[in-house]
Write a protein that binds this ligand. Structure first.
Ligand SMILES: Nc1nc2c(ncn2[C@@H]2O[C@H](COP(=O)(O)OP(=O)(O)OP(=O)(O)O)[C@@H](O)[C@H]2O)c(=O)[nH]1
Length: 321
């Protein structure tokens, strides 16, 4: 069983890339392992509900690179013995350390497992704005990616693209760097990702659990702060305009510093899904679900303020405002 890790920071486009890869290579027997700590199960839903039905395993308790390493390896062996897909794609959380995850898999030293050179998605929309604040963890994801895919770079001019390339190549001199619309690439290119040899062999050092599991609040700049996650379940909005207003407030840091939010909830008589990365967001229709989920990922989250906002929205709708 080959293992392809698709890494990248929150909202960089990992799930979108995996969906495209699996759609582009319908003849390959893929399974997917999703790690979403305290988040919505949205990524798994998106992957399961596409044109192609995929086997998706989820781990939502601990992080595959640190606190949940042993669980992850057990899951890996179970998938291997029960299903033995040709390729298992592993999507770690955006806050996972790529080198630690690779080291854990390599530590198994089992020749039925082949770790492919990993891929890291880098978000062109936020790269320059945040580059100087990159945490060690984000640099780790870039430096250990054998293939770096600059997502959301379809609209860049050739001159702009050259600047991104140079910056990324300085951070990861050995990496193959992919810019422009990766969806236009041939099936052969996607297949080549599954035929590359040799994930890096790393000397592993023990490290602190990754950012998401630090529960004390640091007062450092954003790149070093502990990320926390809040998920609201019993929420609804009467109309898309309310959700747009909520997302606008999220981007204005009214509920904490939130670089990533996602979820699905009832909206009038329908259900909608939303997806926010930094100051950009998207709302789309979604099939009805058993329970709503609104997940906020960031620092200094104001859970009560967010909850009250939804109560206020429902109250305003009831009184006809
Ligand atoms: N224009 C553009 N949008 C993209 C691209 N890749 C992802 N997006 C959008 O970016 C948002 C986040 O994409 P996801 O694929 O969910 O990102 P992710 O890395 O899986 O997110 P997390 O699981 O939260 O870390 C979605 O709204 C996508 O539609 C891309 O290459 N181009």
């Amino acid at each position: 069983m080959k293992i392809l890790i698709v890494s990248g920071f929150l909202g960089a486009g990992k799930t979108t890339f995996i969906r495209h890869l699996t759609d582009t290579l319908p003849q390959v027997d893929f399974a997917i392992f999703e790690n979403e700590i305290g988040e919505t199960d949205l990524d798994a839903k998106v992957l399961r509900d596409g044109d192609r039905s995929l086997n998706v395993y989820e781990m939502t308790e601990n992080c595959v690179c640190c606190t949940g390493k042993a669980d992850f390896l057990t899951n890996l062996m179970t998938i291997l013995s029960a299903l033995d897909p040709e390729v298992l794609i592993v999507e770690p959380t955006g806050a996972a350390r790529l080198s630690a995850l690779m080291g854990a898999i390599e530590g198994l030293q089992y020749d039925a497992l082949e770790l492919l050179p990993p891929l890291t998605l880098v978000d062109a929309g936020t790269f320059f704005r945040e580059k100087d604040d990159f945490s060690e963890l984000r640099l780790d994801q870039i430096r250990h990616g054998s293939v770096l895919v600059l997502s959301k770079s379809e609209q860049l001019s050739p001159e702009e693209t050259a600047v991104y390339r140079q910056e990324l190549q300085e951070l990861a001199p050995e990496a193959e760097i992919i810019t422009g619309d990766y969806k236009k690439r041939s099936a052969d290119w996607f297949r080549s990702l599954l035929e590359k040899r040799g994930g890096l062999v790393l000397a592993q050092e023990d490290h602190e659990p990754c950012q998401e599991h630090h529960h004390h609040d640091h007062d450092h700049h954003h790149g070093e702060e502990a990320l926390t996650t809040v998920t609201l379940t019993r929420v609804a909005v009467p109309h898309p305009l309310y959700l747009m207003r909520f997302l606008d407030l999220v981007t204005k840091s009214c509920f904490g510093r939130i670089p990533r939010a996602k979820g699905y909830l009832p909206c009038g008589n329908e259900w909608v899904r939303f997806d926010l990365v930094q100051d950009r967001w998207l709302i789309t229709g979604f099939p009805p679900q058993a329970e709503a989920r609104v997940t906020l990922i960031g620092t200094r989250l104001k859970e009560e303020a967010a909850r009250s906002w939804f109560e206020g929205a429902e109250g305003a709708a009831r009184s006809g405002l």
